[in-house]
Every structure is written in structure tokens, then in C-alpha cells.
Design a protein around this ligand. Structure first.
Ligand SMILES: *Cc1c(COP(=O)(O)O)cnc(C)c1O
Length: 461
């Protein structure tokens, strides 16, 4: 395993995690219908289900919880939150929301609608759902390299500018309410977007008179990659780079559950006054008054502090190299992964690793089950179980484009020895890959089946 810079923090509070025996895990799996979403968090020794809302807060953030001002309107905590977000992003209006999708819901209630198309490098699933719920079409325009797991590209999250210009030419600007760029591109593997690409997208938007919005969930991780990989950016601070990214945007949606280093929260950033009035009216309808938006004062305090901490270079260097070193440790053993490793997770190409399991016997799910059985580690299938779709004519189930397994790394939660344990378990499962069988679905819901489906292992044929 490559060395990574030491964690720039020490441990003040610890949370016990529990080891289970293999026999116990076998029983747990059986009871959960082999669906890891149905396994209790407590029964996972290492939980890599998601990096969202799973960050460890700092001593200063916990202190902020006590300092939180719970005044209903215009609390001190709101003003601190607003000041920090404005310093980082420069947006004129900062609207707090309980999490990212609430910002999306508000934005697309105003800007979406029937007959419209919203392009993005790749829409995150809640973004897509909110665009579509408004009646609009969500269009993914990632560069072609993004679709090839083994293809190396320093900014594999980039938006395809030629495709964007073509869309604008074909559809006309009346039916495109805004252009969005997701940093980092979560759905394509946490891959970064270059400053050059964002700047060029801004120019395309300027020529067409369209607003550009950033889905900013992992803006600090993206800025770190720009600093590391983009020519001429190495001497700038993360805050400066982030500031430049936001300077090209008319607004942003943000889930603070990622780079806010908190367990709940988000915001909508806007320049346009008229849009801000409409957004605030919708906010009051479902989230709360404009100075708390569904959050407690203490949450706003913790987000403000988290946003300051997330820009620290030593934190980001440790964070991203932690992810990278895990990727290298398993990739060197021959495990096929999405390359290069992104900011928040490792994606294993389960279809490539288990070629003897057909996509509709769910190789990703088979691997996730095996990893839990091996070591009590919870990962998530991102493949044919999650992206179930059917042939509209025949009703026949169709496999997803890729069958991936995501190991998402929570921020500041696990140490190097935890990740070495993960690497060892992945390698052990990989070693006996030929003996792994697929699964069959025995129960499923008509929508979002991955949350509740039950599986049964397929035996030797
Ligand atoms: C998590 C996420 C969202 C939605 O945020 P929530 O806080 O989960 O509602 C939107 N976009 C991206 C890229 C995300 O990763």
C-alpha cells in the first residue's frame, strides 16, 4: 500500500465498532435477504455504503453545536453561515436548505417544466429526479472517456462542450433553462472537472445567454484535483481555486453532507434577485423561514465551521490520498477498478471481475454480498440492481451499462489500518472470484428496488 500523508487530526472521541464471526454474518445476510441496505449499521465493521452525511465532525464543529443560536429568525448562526458561504462562493443570496435535494427541488420548481431540457456533465440521481419531476428532461453530456472504466483521464468529469453547443443549436435557448456542472462528477466515479472546462462552459453559456449552475457537493475535492493536475494551478490555495470556479456560475446547489463535513444540511446560492425571491417563497412553504431553511441554528454553525475546515490543504491531501492508496492497493492485486481513482470512492468493475456471472445474475450484488461475508464490510452495488429498466415493448429486464461496486470513504472516519483491512478483504474475495455465484431476485418493489429487494444465492450449475 502506498504511503499517504498522515491524518492531520488526532482522535478525541471514539465510537466502538463490532466484529462479527463468519457464522453470524451468514445469518445476518440470510435475514436481510442478502440486501446490504437491510443489514443494521451496527453489524457492519466498516461501513462504506456512502460518504454522504457520514463525516466525523471536529471539536470546533461540536463546540459550534453548543454555540448555535436557536432564534427563529435572523439568528447569529445564520449570519455566520451566510458570511462563510459568501466568502467561499461569492453568491449574492445564500438560502439554507435541509439537504442538497431540497435546493434542487426549489431550483427546478422555478426553472424546470414541460418541454425543457437541462444538460449536466452527469446528473446525480436526485438531481435527475427533480428535473424530471418538474416535467423537464435531464440530459447527461459527459465526455466519452467517462464511460470507459479503465480509461485514464485527468479530468474525466468534464462536460462535453461540443455536445453542449450542439444541443443549444438544435434545441434553441428558449427550452434550456440552465446548464449544470456537477463537481466532482459523482455518478461517473467522483471524477473532477477542470477549471478550463468550467471556464469554457461559461463562454458557451455567455454566447447563448444561458445561466450556468454548479452542483457543488464536492467542490473542495474538485478544487484539490485542479491544484494537483491542472497546469499553472499548483501554487494557488484551494479557496482561491474554489472562488474562481464559483465566479463562473450564476448559482449553485449544495449538499453540505459531503464537503460541508456535517451530517445534515445544504444550501442554494444565487446571484439573480428575482430568482432569489421566488426561491425564498418556496423555501418558506416547505423548508422554513429564510434564515434557517429546515435546519437548526446549531446545524448552520457546524456547516460554517465545516466549510472552513474542508478548504485546508492538509485535510484534502490526506483525504484524497487515502482514497487513492486504497485504489492502488486493490488495483495492484489485479482487481479491475474505475481509473483514475476519484475523490470520494473506489469503484470496482464487478462485471469485468466476475465474467462468469451474467449481468442479470447481478455480479455487483454478488461481490457486495461476498465482501460482507468475508469481512463485515458494507459496500453498495451500482449496476443492474440499482438501475433496473425494462424493454418498453417486451417488458424484458435489461442490464445497466456497467456493473460497479462502490466503496465510498466517509470523511475523517477511518484510519489507514481500517483501509488496509478493506484492501486485504477485497483481495481475498478477488482471489476466490471463480467460486462466486450470482444471485436471483426473489422480491422487489416497482421503483427504486435496490433499497428493499431480497435476493437468493444461485448455486453451482
Ligand atoms: C448527494 C448529492 C446530491 C443530493 O444531496 P442530498 O443532500 O443527498 O439531498 C446532489 N448532487 C450530488 C452530486 C450529490 O452527490
Amino acid at each position: 500500500m502506498v504511503k499517504y500523508p498522515l491524518e492531520p487530526y488526532r482522535i478525541k472521541v471514539v465510537e466502538r465498532i463490532r466484529t462479527t464471526t463468519r457464522a453470524e454474518r451468514e445469518q445476518i445476510l440470510k435475514e436481510a435477504g442478502y440486501n446490504l441496505f437491510l443489514v443494521k449499521g451496527e453489524d457492519c465493521l466498516i461501513d462504506l455504503l456512502t460518504d454522504s452525511g457520514t463525516s466525523a465532525m471536529s471539536d470546533e464543529q461540536w463546540a459550534g453545536l453548543v454555540r448555535g443560536d436557536e432564534s427563529y429568525a435572523s439568528s447569529r448562526s445564520f449570519f455566520r453561515f451566510e458570511r462563510v458561504v459568501k466568502e467561499i462562493t461569492g453568491f449574492t443570496h445564500v438560502i439554507p436548505t435541509h439537504q442538497g435535494r431540497a435546493s434542487e427541488r426549489i431550483l427546478f420548481s422555478i426553472m424546470g417544466g414541460e418541454g425543457k431540457t437541462v444538460p449536466n456533465n452527469t446528473h446525480f440521481d436526485t438531481t435527475r429526479a427533480n428535473v424530471e419531476f418538474s416535467g423537464a428532461t435531464a440530459l447527461d453530456l459527459a465526455i466519452p472517456e467517462a464511460r470507459i472504466p479503465a480509461e485514464e483521464h485527468p479530468f474525466k468529469g468534464n462536460i462535453d462542450l461540443t455536445a453542449l453547443e450542439q444541443l443549444i443549436e438544435e434545441q434553441g435557448t428558449e427550452n434550456i433553462p440552465l446548464v449544470m456542472i456537477t463537481i466532482t462528477n459523482n455518478t461517473s466515479g467522483g471524477q473532477p472537472v477542470s477549471l478550463e472546462n468550467i471556464r469554457a462552459a461559461r463562454e458557451v453559456c455567455d454566447r447563448a445567454g444561458l445561466p450556468l449552475f454548479i452542483d457543488a457537493c464536492r467542490f473542495a475535492e474538485n478544487a484539490w484535483f485542479i491544484k494537483e493536475r491542472e497546469p499553472g494551478q499548483g501554487d494557488r490555495s484551494i479557496a482561491e481555486i474554489a472562488g474562481e470556479i464559483f465566479s463562473y456560475a450564476d448559482g449553485c446547489t449544495m449538499s453540505a453532507k459531503k464537503d460541508g463535513l456535517v451530517n445534515i444540511g445544504g444550501f442554494l446560492g444565487l446571484h439573480d434577485d428575482e430568482l432569489a425571491v421566488k426561491a425564498k417563497n418556496l423555501l418558506i412553504l416547505t423548508e422554513g423561514f429564510t434564515t434557517y431553511g429546515g435546519l437548526a441554528g446549531r446545524d448552520l454553525e457546524a456547516i460554517a465551521q465545516g466549510l472552513e475546515e474542508v478548504l485546508e490543504d492538509d485535510y484534502l491531501t490526506c483525504r484524497i490520498n487515502q482514497v487513492r492508496s486504497l485504489g492502488e492497493a486493490i488495483s495492484e492485486a489485479g482487481v479491475p477498478i474505475v481509473k483514475p481513482t476519484g475523490g470520494h470512492a473506489i469503484y470496482i468493475d464487478a462485471r469485468a471481475m466476475l465474467p462468469h456471472i451474467p449481468p442479470l445474475e447481478y455480479p455487483g450484488q454478488a461481490f457486495v454480498i461476498e465482501l460482507y461475508r468475508e469481512a463485515g464490510i458494507r459496500a453498495v452495488e451500482i449496476g443492474s440492481v440499482m438501475f433496473a429498466h425494462r424493454d418498453p415493448e417486451t417488458g424484458e429486464e435489461l442490464p445497466a451499462d456497467l456493473d460497479l461496486v462502490r466503496l465510498a470513504i466517509p470523511r475523517r472516519v477511518y484510519t489507514q489500518s481500517h483501509l488496509e483491512y478493506v484492501a486485504e478483504a477485497v483481495r481475498a474475495v478477488f482471489e476466490r472470484r471463480d467460486s462466486i455465484h450470482g444471485v436471483r431476485i426473489t422480491e422487489q418493489a416497482p421503483m427504486l428496488r435496490h433499497f428493499n429487494a431480497r435476493f437468493s444465492p444461485l448455486e453451482d450449475k
